[in-house]
Design a binder for this molecule. Sequence first.
Ligand code: FAD
Length: 565
Amino acid sequence: MTEQSAARTAIVTVDDDPGVSRAVARDLRRKYGERYRIVRAESGAAGLDALREMKLRGDRVAVILADYRMPEMNGIEFLERAMDVYPAARRALLTAYADTGAAIDAINVVDLDYYLLKPWDPPEEKLYPVVDSLLESWLADDYRPVPETKIVGHRWSARSSQVREFLARNQVPYRWYSSEDLEGQRLLEAAGADGMRLPLVITPDGAALVEPSDLELANRVGLATTPSEAFYDLIVVGGGPAGLGAAVYGASEGLRTVLVERTATGGQAGQSSRIENYLGFPDGVSGTQLTDRARRQAAKFGAELLTTREVVGLEVSGSARLVKFADGSSVGAHTVILATGVSYRHLTMPGVAELTGRGVFYGSALTEATSCAHHDVYIVGGANSAGQAAVYLAKTAKSVTMLVRGPALERSMSHYLVQQVAGMPNITVRNCTDVMAAHGTDHLERLTLRDSRTGVKETVDAQWLFVFIGAAPLTDWLDGVVQRDERGFVLAGPDLLTAYTRSSERPRLVPSGWPLDRPPYHLETSVPGVFVAGDVRAESAKRVASAVGEGAMAVMLVHRYMEKL
Ligand SMILES: Cc1cc2nc3c(=O)[nH]c(=O)nc-3n(C[C@H](O)[C@H](O)[C@H](O)COP(=O)(O)OP(=O)(O)OC[C@H]3O[C@@H](n4cnc5c(N)ncnc54)[C@H](O)[C@@H]3O)c2cc1C
């Protein structure tokens, strides 16, 4: 990092006591003032304003120090909100001795890096070593130049919304401009684009791309898309929690590991607004945060992470396993872990397909939330993912109506979420309700609903519909290579034996065609050396924790397999 770029990087300190605030800033300036800008604020709200301003200017923030005891917004609340603006900044809490309990709790809530006890004199002993180490870890792991990708799009253009979601899920910072606003029109004009084909994406180096494909975007914004080697120890297919878990364990244990993801790492979990049942996060964690950390962790250990590369085939060639891409190229490895999860099931009613991305969305609640603020929103589905989206969207939407096929939410949703839904006054739950059709010309305008108890149909005005009606594995590309159950889930270990013993007259110890004299390992598929982890596995638990756990366990079995190669 150059001195010039460091000059725009800030260390931010927030304390409501003006004397203390000045003293912290003075001590910080003394040691770091030449290389970093020291920004101080005297309340959480003022601190957030300063962070937002810096964000707009494209400044970097390396470290944020906050006092714990502040009126209106305490230090933990401030740091939690600061993370939304600068997720990579290192965070420390200043506490009095009596508040160390709160600081320890904060380690879970805001993933606190340190807590400092007041007073911090002498700073050489108590303050600087901590700040040095925070800066060091920020520089080592998280220093990434902030690119300013601009998207000019229209809120009812399906591709505009896909591009936004693609960049957001890949943690690529972007700024959105509506093609109807003056600034958007200026950018279109500057790029010589007529606005008929949207979005226009302007990359940080000034290239203007009209309606770019995901692959084109990935290449332009610096995401890796091509394997650097022809052969690896382990190829992980899918970058959700299971795949990321496998990549972290594989790479950290010395396996040459490449992860191949068709869109953006994070999988379904990356689309969850708040995961409340993942071990170690008693106050919940957003899926984006959790999976972004996992991605960085995998990269830190040396795993190669490829995005926008869809795997379309698997071939066995002697002891090599070849994974094939749509463009005909392939990459080989000793072992493969399939972690392709499940994909949202689509509504098949008339009008829905045509309006997808133009008011009808699958799992895009996080990226579209700002666009539908103050509007009436409909959600189809009655399971946890629908409940999470309802609670999340209800914070900004005027109203949220949940359209549920069953007679009661309690049948399909976790108790804690049913309670959260019930506690939001602007959420209405309509049980026994089916969506019959979607209507609109260039975007969703109305929905036809039917009460399944009475058969009565009704048409309602609706501009926003989010669909969460379950998911299915998309595993046809494994046909004829890897055994799957009747719904497409991949069979492994003992489930393979069950599948075969059921259909054969005499019980067999191994699946047919199995070439080894040992039975498949627990997560091993019908092809030796090809393992499966997470939601795509038959009989899997469909939870983040189990997906991560299976990713780790599959790596342990990879080692066992490779020892006997
Ligand atoms: C909105 C929502 C909220 C949720 N909330 C919770 C919760 O609070 N707690 C909880 O425990 N669970 C929750 N879940 C479930 C949890 O997210 C999943 O169980 C978990 O993500 C499964 O992980 P996975 O890695 O097996 O699969 P996925 O997360 O589905 O990831 C699979 C990845 O593989 C990629 N892929 C698929 N096919 C290919 C291919 N051919 N080539 C390359 N890449 C491919 C996909 O793009 C995807 O990124 C939620 C799910 C949703 C949708």
